[in-house]
Design a protein around this ligand. Structure first.
Ligand code: NAD
Ligand code: MG
Length: 383
C-alpha cells in the first residue's frame, strides 16, 4: 500500500488524483492533503478519505476545521505546505503528489527531496523557477521526480531506457488554447469567459489562461529541459489541434515515436502513480480512425510571443526565470480579476524582463525576493 501526500487536493489535478485513489483503495492510502480557498471541499475529502493531516489557507480556517475534525492534525499557510511535504519523515513507502499551482509549489518540493521522498510533479512552476536548485539537490539526495504534465509523462513513457545521445529532438504538442482561431487583432478585446473556454482540456483557471497565451508551452519547454537534461535547441513545439498526440521523440536513426491517447489527465496521473506497472483506466479508448484527421502546424512565435519570452528567459538563465514566472502569475491574476486586457499579459512580462539584471543561480531567498519585488511592481502599476 502506497502512502499519498497530496498538495492541492482541491484542484483539477488534485481531484483527478482522488478519483484514482478512490478506485484503487487497496493500493493507495491518502495520508495528507492541502487546499486553499476550498474549505467545503476539504471537509468532504477529509470525511471520505480520513487523512491524518490537512493543510488549509490560514489560521482562521485551520481553527474552524479542527473543531470539525479534532483528531486530524491541522496546519496552514506556506509553512503548513512544507510540513505536509515532509510529514512522517520515516515513511519510505510514500509519494508526494504536487498539484499546487504557481511557484508556491517550489519549497514543498524541496522539503520532500530533503527527506528523499519521491515526487509526482504536476506543478511545472517548480522547475521553471527552481530547476537549478532541484538539479543541485540531485547531487546530494536520492529521489525520483516523475512528471504528471501530459506531454512530459508521454516523453517519459517514450524515452524509457533510451540513451540520451540517441535523441535528436523532443517534440511537444500544443492544442493552441482557447484563442487558436483568433488573429492578433481579434485578441485585443477577448473576455475572461472566452479565455477560460479551452477546446480540449478542462483545467484550473491559471493554466487555462497560460494555454491561451502559450506561456504554458513555454513553461513546458523549460520543464522538458530540466526533466530530461536536454538542450533547449532540441525541444520543438507544434500546434496540434486534436490533442491526441501528446509528444514525440525523434531519434538519430530517423525513427519518430509518438504517444497517443484521448486527452484525459487521469491517464498520466495513473501512469505515474503505478509506475513501473500499468492499470486499466476509464479513459475513452482512442478511435484509430480519428488519426485520419490529425493536423500539425508550425508554431508561430509572433502570434504567441509568450512562448518566445519563456525560451528567452530560459536562455538568459538564473533569476530571469523567476521574473518570467512572477510577472506571469501577477499578470494572469490581474487579467482574471478584469483589471487588465488579455494582451497586457505579454506586455507586462516583457516589461519586467527588460528591466531585470540577471543573477546567476539564485538561492531560494533570492528567488523569493525577486518574486515579491516583481509582483509588487506589477500590482502597484496596473491595479
Ligand atoms: P487548480 O487551480 O485547479 O488547483 C490548484 C490547487 O492549488 C488547488 O488545490 C488550490 O487550493 C491550491 N492552491 C492555489 N493557490 C495556492 C496557494 N497560494 N497556496 C496553497 N495552495 C494553493 O490547478 P490545476 O489545473 O490542478 O493545476 C495544478 C498544477 O498542475 C499547475 O502547475 C498546472 O500547470 C499543472 N498542470 C495541470 C494540468 C491540468 O489538466 N489541470 C495539466 C498539466 C499540468
Ligand atoms: Mg501539459
Amino acid at each position: 500500500m502506497k502512502h499519498i501526500y497530496l498538495l492541492g487536493s482541491t484542484g483539477s489535478i488534485g481531484k483527478q488524483t482522488l478519483d484514482i485513489i478512490r478506485k484503487h483503495k487497496d493500493e493507495f492510502k491518502l495520508i495528507a492533503i492541502s487546499g486553499y480557498s476550498q474549505y467545503e471541499d476539504l471537509l468532504k475529502i477529509t470525511k471520505e478519505f480520513s487523512p491524518k493531516m490537512v493543510v488549509l489557507k490560514d489560521q482562521e480556517s485551520a481553527l474552524k476545521f479542527s473543531y470539525v475534525f479534532p483528531d486530524v492534525m491541522v496546519d496552514y499557510g506556506k509553512n503548513g505546505l512544507k510540513k505536509l511535504a515532509s510529514f512522517n519523515k520515516e515513511d519510505k513507502n510514500a509519494y508526494l503528489i504536487n498539484a499546487l499551482v504557481g511557484m508556491v509549489g517550489l519549497e514543498p518540493t524541496i522539503e520532500a527531496i530533503k527527506i528523499e521522498r519521491d515526487i509526482l510533479l504536476a506543478n511545472k512552476e517548480t522547475l521553471v523557477v527552481g530547476g537549478h536548485l532541484i538539479n543541485d539537490l540531485k547531487k546530494e539526495y536520492s529521489f525520483n521526480l516523475y512528471p504528471i504534465d501530459s506531454e512530459h509523462n508521454a516523453l517519459w513513457q517514450l524515452l524509457n531506457h533510451e540513451k540520451k545521445d540517441h535523441i535528436k529532438r523532443l517534440i511537444i504538442t500544443a492544442s493552441g488554447g482557447s484563442f487558436r482561431d483568433l488573429s492578433r487583432e481579434d485578441l485585443e478585446n477577448v473576455s475572461i469567459d472566452q479565455a477560460l473556454n479551452h477546446p480540449n482540456w478542462s483545467m484550473g483557471s491559471k493554466i487555462t489562461i497560460d494555454s491561451a497565451t502559450m506561456m504554458n508551452k513555454g513553461f513546458e519547454v523549460i520543464e522538458a529541459c530540466y526533466l530530461f537534461d536536454i538542450d533547449i535547441g532540441k525541444v520543438d513545439t507544434f500546434v496540434h489541434r486534436e490533442s491526441l498526440v501528446h509528444s514525440m521523440v525523434e531519434f538519430i536513426d530517423g525513427s519518430i515515436v509518438a504517444h497517443f491517447s484521448e486527452p484525459d489527465m487521469h491517464l498520466p496521473i495513473a501512469y505515474a502513480m503505478f509506475y513501473p506497472s500499468r492499470v486499466e483506466t476509464n479513459i475513452k479508448a482512442l478511435d484509430i480512425m480519428k488519426m485520419n484527421q490529425l493536423t500539425f502546424e508550425e508554431m508561430d512565435e509572433d502570434r504567441y510571443p509568450c512562448l518566445a519570452l519563456a525560451k528567452d528567459a530560459y536562455k538568459k538563465g538564473g533569476s530571469m526565470r523567476t521574473v518570467l514566472n512572477a510577472a506571469n502569475e501577477a499578470a494572469v491574476d490581474l487579467f482574471l480579476h478584469k483589471e487588465i486586457q488579455f494582451l497586457d499579459i505579454e506586455k507586462i512580462i516583457r516589461e519586467m524582463m527588460d528591466e531585470h539584471h540577471v543573477i546567476d543561480h539564485p538561492s531560494l531567498e533570492e528567488i523569493y525576493q525577486i518574486d515579491a519585488l516583481v509582483k509588487k511592481k506589477i500590482y502597484q502599476k496596473y491595479r
